[in-house]
Design a protein around this ligand. Structure first.
Ligand code: UD1
Ligand code: CA
Length: 478
């Protein structure tokens, strides 16, 4: 995985991502931020965007299923400057941010704060909040948005002189305040010194008895001030339940699809296309309906990815045709190859240039050389197959002896007759022929014909004799 591209920053920037909550409304045994969209856990997205903006370090506050969250993010962003801070008890968002203090000891500059459950935030939006604080020379910038239905969100209350603002949580709001449609989006940028000094003043005298991060806004008025930065409600939407999870997944997929189409990819039906973040597809490639591209999949130019195919961590060269309903994983398909329909490429499958892999063919840890063909009903495992080889229908490499996997080596230009069983370890020399229906247990020298089956016997007139014997009356016993 490449290190996420990070902008060079003139001003130091750190980020805190709050991901300690359980997410009760998900009605799931897994912590909310572990639920995935587009192939990544929810918490990955704000972390990734903060990194892209140049935040260093990014501190993730973990609590519920802390180890799993840490492992998932560590695996998704292996080389990123990530730190984890434990919040043992979830006493509120201010308390969560305070838990990150130790991890940021000595840091001076801007601290971006966002929630682990807002996967649609863009780098640009994060940047706009950082910029709003810098421009206003305020202690704090907080993102706000206007919602038709503000239920559940903290409301932004402006004072009459228009300067002072404070945030009132729904449960603490008066009926009048609840009618306010400008809400707190849950995204902030604070000066580090201001943040730690002011968090110490936050109490828990409110309807939920929690330490509210939102109290910073009113507290800032006594000092370096707070400024509101408008953001898009589409981006700042949080995921709180399964339905919102699916909506966020759809929105992110649509964004990824749009990026591909802008790059010259034809998507037959963008609404029935699934794609993980980070997947690349070259121009002039046609992606048919119902395709799913997962993980680190990279597809070249001028390819066709057939309907219903699922490609995971697969590298596809230029001009490849994948016919409908293929399933591939950790595989490579080189330029000009043709695969499918109904082919299965398992980890380590390497389909050479111009090679053909046809229907109901499975490859595992197998290299199929340039221009070679395995077109029907075949299993090739732990095999190294040269160029220009024809693998007949129903060929099986018997790679497993019950204890270990054994290799099969097939030289260039070999012809493997249909229904051949190759018991590994075995090596077939160049240009050899294997007679159809052979079971081979020994190596075949180059240029030889190998027959590994009983010689055929024809018994002439046999059927006539059989029928005659059936017609003859059974002898009566005395
Ligand atoms: C919060 C804001 C609200 C805002 C909304 C936007 C507060 C008090 N309220 O409300 O004004 O409109 O976000 O989405 O901040 N978390 C922890 N530890 C805790 C508590 C929360 O890590 O002790 C994490 C949660 O996992 C979550 C995030 O902080 O990722 C936000 O917490 P949540 O309880 O969802 O806050 P809201 O009620 O949505
Ligand atoms: Ca929330």
């Amino acid at each position: 995985m490449p290190r996420p591209s990070a902008r060079k920053r003139s001003e130091p920037l750190a980020a805190i991502v709050l991901a300690a909550g359980k997410g009760t409304r998900m009605k799931s045994s897994r912590a909310k931020v572990l639920h995935g969209i587009c192939g990544r856990p929810l918490a990955y997205y704000p972390v990734r965007r903060a990194l892209a903006l140049g935040a260093d370090p990014v501190v993730v506050v973990v609590g519920h299923q802390a180890e799993e969250v840490q492992a998932a993010l560590g695996a998704a962003l292996p080389e990123a400057p990530l730190r984890f801070a434990a919040q043992e008890q979830q006493l509120g968002t201010a308390h969560a941010v305070l838990s990150a203090r130790k991890a940021l000891r000595g840091f001076e500059g801007s601290v971006l704060i966002c929630s682990g459950d807002t996967p649609l935030l863009t780098e640009e939006t994060l940047a706009s909040v950082v910029e709003a604080r810098r421009k206003a020379k305020a202690g704090l910038a907080f993102a706000t948005m206007t919602l038709e239905n503000p239920t559940g969100y903290g409301r932004v209350v402006h004072s009459h002189d228009g300067k002072l603002a404070l945030i009132v949580e729904e449960k603490d709001a008066t009926p009048e305040e609840r009618r306010i449609q400008e809400v707190n989006a849950g995204l902030y940028c604070a000066d580090a010194a201001f943040l730690w000094k002011t968090l110490a003043k936050v109490g828990q005298k409110n309807a939920q008895g929690e330490f509210y991060l939102t109290d910073l806004v009113a507290l800032a008025a006594e000092g370096p001030g707070a400024v509101a930065a408008r953001v898009s409600p589409v981006e700042a939407a949080g995921v709180n339940d399964q339905e919102e999870l699916s909506l966020a997944g759809r929105a992110l997929t649509r964004r990824l699809a749009q990026r591909l189409m802008r790059g010259g990819v034809t998507l037959e039906d963008p609404e029935r296309f699934l794609c993980d973040e980070g997947v690349e597809v070259g121009p002039d490639t046609v992606v048919e309906t119902g395709v799913r591209l997962r993980g680190a999949t990279r597809v070249g130019r001028g390819c066709v990815i057939g309907q219903g195919s699922v490609l995971t961590d697969t590298v596809v060269g230029d001009g490849v045709t994948i016919k409908p309903y293929c399933v591939t994983e950790q595989a490579e398909i080189r330029a000009g190859a043709v695969v499918g329909p109904f082919a299965r490429l398992r980890p380590g499958a390497d389909v050479g240039e111009e090679a053909h892999v046809g229907n109901f063919v499975e490859l595992k840890k197998t290299r199929l050389g340039k221009g070679s063909k395995a077109n029907h009903l075949t299993y090739l495992g732990d095999a190294t197959i040269g160029a220009g080889v024809n693998v007949g229908c129903g060929t099986v490499t018997c790679n497993y002896d019950g204890e270990k996997k054994n290799p099969t080596v097939i030289g260039d230009g070999v012809f493997v007759g249909s229904d051949s069983i190759l018991v590994a370890p075995i090596e077939i020399g160049e240009r050899a022929y294997i007679a159809a229906g052979s079971t081979l247990t020994d190596d075949v020298p180059p240029g030889a014909l190998a027959l590994g089956r009983a010689r055929q016997v024809n018994k002439e007139g046999w059927v006539d004799r059989l029928e005659a014997s059936r017609r003859a009356p059974a002898k009566k016993r005395a």
